[in-house]
Design a protein around this ligand. Structure first.
Ligand code: IPM
Ligand code: MG
Length: 361
């Protein structure tokens, strides 16, 4: 298979971790007989520096014309006035929102899995961790508060800001269908998270999710209020299989879920549209404080590349091989500094990438 991939290294640690993910992809290609060709484009602060905007039309076009996108991270320190003392739609993060919308990537899949080797890095007590957990957060990514009408005005001499939270039934249905499809391949349990005791958008969410559930009699559906969900994640994480939720709730809950896996440096993600096309990126940010030091953990990006093989190219065996190689590196005791533990071997970004690539067979 020959796959055309747009790479967006972005800012901060982005270039280092994308480089390692490409190293691992290339090794998988070599072992299994595929070719990955990369076209690199700029997004975020580096694009602002070169073109004055966080995402150019040309970069978006390049992404559209490829089979999948591999993204590192965008953004920097908010103290960086070159990127942040400008209108909100010109900041690095606006590039990310624009590419999500521009490619219609409405389904964001964020798996949160506890590797037994990292159980000590999990901030929860052993009795709460139990047998560990393995969940997938399905976050709606192109609607809700992130894309609603917003403005700031002065009313009778008092500043007032408004953000609007809108969902139509089609937007809810298509993400719910993805969640139930994924649940069918897992433990067949969807927990839909909303705030239906207060919000109209959540009441519609619940109604549409129930309609979709009727087409999946084998899948158990439960509803959970978002505040309760935040609590349940740290009280009984093992109860979750597929968590289905809207954009803003998903943003918050996925950070919480990632932290209980031990390090946000381990969490991959996929953002998909109606077709097989997707953008794959670690769930973490650009970590400008550790950029260029060869200490960032590349595993989240490497696992995102594995998701790309699985979801966009139907290369399950190849994705399994990458995931097994990550597991092997951990079992052999190799750790980047964010997950370092006593008795383990500390390695940098490049070495971790080389080790994982070496374990692919
Ligand atoms: C994420 C990030 C983004 C989001 C930011 C950088 C705009 O936090 O991907 O979770 O809120 O979606
Ligand atoms: Mg976030």
């Amino acid at each position: 298979m020959n796959c055309k991939i747009t790479t967006i290294p972005g800012d901060g640690i982005g270039p280092e971790i994308v480089r390692e993910a490409c190293r691992v992809l290339d090794k998988a290609g070599q072992v299994f007989g595929h070719t990955f060709t990369y076209t690199e484009v700029l997004m975020g602060g580096c694009s602002i520096d070169k073109y004055g905007v966080p995402l150019t039309e040309e970069a978006l076009e390049t992404a559209k014309n490829s089979d999948a996108v591999l993204l590192g991270a965008v953004g920097g320190n908010v103290g960086n006035s070159r990127w942040y003392d400008v209108a909100p739609n010109l900041r690095p993060e606006a590039g990310l929102l624009a590419i999500r919308k521009g490619l219609n990537l409405f389904a964001n899949i964020r798996p949160a899995y506890l590797y037994q080797e990292l159980a000590d890095a999990c901030p929860l007590k052993k009795e709460i961790i139990g047998d560990g957990f393995d969940m997938v957060i399905m976050r709606e990514l192109t609607g809700g508060l992130y894309f609603g009408e917003r403005h700031t005005e002065e009313v009778d001499g008092v500043l007032q800001a408004t953000d609007t939270l809108t969902y139509n039934e089609n937007e809810i249905r298509r993400i719910a269908v993805k969640a139930f499809d994924i649940a069918m391949k897992r433990k067949k349990h969807v927990i839909s998270v909303d705030k239906a005791n207060v919000l109209d958008s959540s009441r519609l969410w619940r109604k549409v999710v129930e309609e979709v559930a009727a087409d999946y009699p084998e899948v158990k559906l439960e509803h959970m209020l978002v505040d309760n969900c935040a609590m349940q994640l740290v009280m009984n994480p093992g109860q979750f299989d597929v968590v289905l939720t809207e954009n803003m709730f998903g943003d918050i809950l996925s950070d919480e879920a990632s932290m209980i896996t031990g390090s946000i440096g381990m969490l991959s993600s996929a953002s998909l549209n109606e077709t097989k096309f997707g953008m794959y990126e670690p769930s973490h940010g650009s970590a400008p404080d550790i950029a260029g030091k060869d200490i960032a953990n590349p595993i989240a990006t490497i696992l995102s590349a594995a998701m790309m093989l699985r979801y966009s190219f139907d290369l399950d065996r190849e994705a399994d091989a990458i995931e097994a190689a990550v597991q092997k590196a951990l079992t052999e005791g190799y750790r980047t500094s964010d997950i370092m533990a006593e008795g383990c071997t500390l390695v940098g970004t490049t070495r971790m990438g080389e080790l994982i690539a070496g374990y692919i067979e």
